[in-house]
Design a protein around this ligand. Structure first.
Ligand code: HDD
Length: 718
């Protein structure tokens, strides 16, 4: 087929802008119809009764309507993904703000303003499809760009690094992490013996373990979570110049975490917390956004960074190589059908476009096999690329044929290349500009089963991460290690973990070990173990501030959930002003009371109730507001649920705004709130002159997210 025609066809079919994928999907969308038919289109006249021999007799085999219905139902399930099984997806677009033409020939990265449709799937790494959202875990962040040159999949995660260096260890890592095979427990949790046994014998996991025990593993929202391409990729420009590249997704709403205890409670209260949060935000038109950034390293500089860019357990500190913003990702449409789209979407790190290339990173190399192979099993054959959600927008001309569930109907006799019979002209591959050209690598040496010595440093970046955390974040990491290891029954395994931690930071190891009934950390014992290779590299800095997420980030409070506790006699003067200010700032308020319906206010009005204590909890909110009103506060004080609600919010370091006598609700904490309220606790008189400034102070406290330094929080009963 002549080249110019291919080019024109490919580009026009792709269309310009974000709506192109939606338009393509609409061609496959099933609308609701008033009449029920079978799969063959036969109109059904009774969908309640099977065909039987007499009203009380057995069902007859000739009831093909029943047989079809049961058979279709029996086959509704497909295997879940072996990892990253639990997920949530959304449609949107990527808009380029700055051309990357200097570094890559990728078409979608050339023209500022160009919008490329995307489908994004977030996932939990460890848990099964029905597991809870908020467990401590690495999150998947997979983006499918439907570009004019074919699909580009950036199959990344919420950490910039991974646990292991070589794909050979992936099945072992996953076996150790997943429920133990003899009894199938625990679900979606790393807090068990096999995981810590494995990682304690694999010191290369240490850096990722620090991330896993940190606040990064407990995102408040998928919309408040970083994403990373993790591996180093190669960008190649039109002249063949190569840059190494790391991809970063930075959320517009800032990076925020749940506290560990809260995350565990949410898992019971609302196992779908993160999925619901994404769905509802898009439903309210509060579209989640991320900035795409790249770190570019010239080929010649790669050797001088002090660590190996091909080692996926290493990140490039942002202070060393700045992240350049190049565009934004906006998610603006929920899927129409969870199965057809979110479940059937098939990502693959080998789906690249000209100008973006893979590297010899040994983890990435293994992934190039695993994903395609996994989809064939999971989606039932090689034609999953033709499923509506997976179809590229540009034209596809290939000679792949047949296989299960073939959708398209290739015409003619020609299913080979080279050929001339189809069009009279020669059909051939494009060896020129348009065709994908993998970067030429100068290979050397013999094949070896051995890692490069440049992969030996397992600890210095773990130390860098530790050094970069705030005091509160460090405290959280220590507690997380203690919590996980306290569930490990083998004392020897617990000991090995803290011995390894001694190579990250002596104080960290000592503190983790304190409540675990083990010997003092022994760095020498760790160093003597098989597999331990610690050629500690010299890092260019002591700490990398961008690794901490505990700095005031000054982000909007869009979509933050604020509970308003109310009982009969509530005064709504201050409430109305503060509530309006919260709404103007994009927050969502919910009135919580002892029963659904309405609450009578002190002025005789009716305040509609959104949820009741029986079905909600403080852990589902970002902040709490309690208006004034003597009778209302007395009623709340008599309600264990109400008192627990407010105390729990205090314990979890959330912003709390108390008007007038509502301050009594925090009395059990034993602080003098009037003279020195703790950070994030606002106590107002209710005086009309103070309402507006109070509202603004409350908004600022919510924007700060959590107020980790809370006196007496431990005194609050858990
Ligand atoms: Fe993987 C799924 C991310 C290493 C093998 N992986 C999967 C998903 C994400 C990642 C986000 C879910 C995609 C979706 O939403 O459908 N995986 C990563 C990252 C890794 C990584 C960031 C390290 C940098 N993965 C990795 C290795 C292997 C796999 C080393 C095997 C050699 N991953 C798979 C898989 C999955 C998968 C088994 C499960 C189902 C699927 O691919 O489609 O093939």
């Amino acid at each position: 087929m002549p080249q110019s025609k291919t080019d024109a066809q490919r580009k026009t079919k792709a269309g310009d802008g974000a709506a192109a994928k939606q338009k393509q999907l609409e061609g496959f969308t099933q609308q609701a119809e008033p009449v029920l038919t079978t799969g063959e289109g036969l109109v059904v006249n009774d969908n309640h009764n099977s065909l039987r021999a007499g009203a009380r007799g057995p069902t007859v085999l000739s009831d093909f309507l029943l047989l079809e219905k049961l058979a279709r139902f029996d086959h509704e399930r497909i295997p879940e993904r072996v990892v990253n099984a639990r997920g949530a997806g959304a449609h949107g677009y990527f808009e380029l703000s700055k051309s990357l033409g200097q570094s890559t020939s990728a078409d979608f990265l050339q023209e500022p303003g160009l919008r490329t449709p995307v489908f994004v799937r977030f996932s939990n790494f460890a848990g099964e499809r029905g597991s809870a959202d908020t467990v401590r875990d690495l999150r998947g962040f997979a983006v499918k760009f439907y570009t004019r040159e074919g699909n580009f999949d950036l199959v990344g995660a919420s950490f910039p690094i991974f646990f292991i260096q070589d794909a050979m260890k992936f099945p072992d890592l996953v076996h150790a992490l997943k429920p133990e095979p003899h009894h199938g427990m625990p679900q979606a949790s790393s807090a068990h013996d096999t995981f810590w046994d494995f990682v304690s014998l694999m010191p290369e996991t240490t850096h990722a373990l620090l991330w896993l025990m940190s606040d990064r593993a407990l995102p408040r929202s998928l919309r408040m979570m970083d994403g990373f391409g993790v591996h180093t990729y190669r960008l190649v420009n039109a002249h063949g110049t190569v840059h190494y590249a790391k991809f970063h997704w930075k959320p517009k709403l800032g990076r925020h975490a749940l506290c560990a205890e809260e995350a565990r409670r949410i898992a019971g209260q609302d196992p779908d917390f993160l999925r619901r949060d994404l769905w509802e935000a898009i439903g309210r038109n509060q579209f989640p956004e991320w900035e795409l950034g790249v770190q570019l390293v010239e080929e010649s500089r790669a050797q001088s960074l002090g660590f190996d860019l091909l080692d996926p357990t290493k990140l490039i500190p942002e202070e060393l190589v700045p992240v350049q913003p190049v565009g934004k990702l906006v998610l603006n449409r929920n899927p129409d059908n969870f199965f057809a789209e979110t479940e059937q979407v098939a990502f693959h790190p080998g789906h690249v476009v000209p100008g973006i290339d893979i590297t010899p990173d040994p983890l990435l190399q293994g992934r190039l096999f695993a994903y395609g192979d996994a989809q064939i099993g999971r989606l039932g054959g090689p034609n999953h690329q033709e499923l509506p959600i997976n179809r590229p927008l540009c034209a596809v001309h290939n000679l792949h044929r047949d296989g299960r569930h073939r959708f398209t109907v290739p015409r003619g006799a020609v299913n080979y290349e080279p050929s001339t019979l189809a069009t009279g002209a020669e059909f051939r591959v494009d060896g020129g500009q348009q065709g994908f050209q993998g970067q030429a690598d100068a290979l050397q040496g013999e094949t070896v089963r051995r890692r490069s010595e440049s992969f030996d440093d397992h600890f210095s970046q773990a130390t860098l991460f530790w050094n970069s955390q705030s005091a509160a974040e460090k405290e959280h990491i220590v507690c997380a290690f203690q919590h996980e290891l306290a569930k490990v029954e083998s004392k020897a395994v617990r000991q090995r973990v803290v011995d390894n931690l001694a190579h990250v930071d002596a104080k960290l190891a000592r503190k983790v070990g304190e409540p675990l009934a083990i010997e003092a950390p022994d760095a020498k014992a760790a160093a003597g173990r098989a597999g331990f290779r610690a050629a500690r590299g010299k890092l260019p800095m002591e700490a990398s501030p961008s690794l901490s997420i505990d700095a005031p980030q000054g982000h909007a409070i869009t979509s933050r959930r604020v509970a308003v506790l109310a009982a009969p006699g509530v005064e709504i003067g201050a409430l109305k002003i503060i509530q309006q200010a919260l709404h103007d700032a994009g927050a969502v308020t919910k009135v919580v009371a002892s029963a659904l319906g309405v609450v009578s206010t002190s002025s005789g009005q009716q305040l509609p109730v959104d949820c009741c204590f029986a079905t909600t909890s403080s852990v589902l909110f970002d902040a709490v507001l309690v208006p004034g009103g003597a009778a209302h506060v007395q009623a709340l004080l008599k309600s264990g649920s109400a008192v627990h609600f407010i105390l729990e919010a205090y314990r979890h370091c959330k912003p709390i705004c108390l008007i007038g006598p509502a301050a009594d609700l925090l009395r059990p904490v034993g602080l003098d709130l009037a003279s020195t309220p703790p950070s994030g606790v606002l106590v107002g008189s209710g005086d009309p002159a103070t309402r507006v400034p109070m509202a603004q102070e409350f908004i600022a406290a919510i924007a700060r997210h959590r107020h980790w330094v809370r006196p007496q929080w431990e005194a609050v009963p858990a």
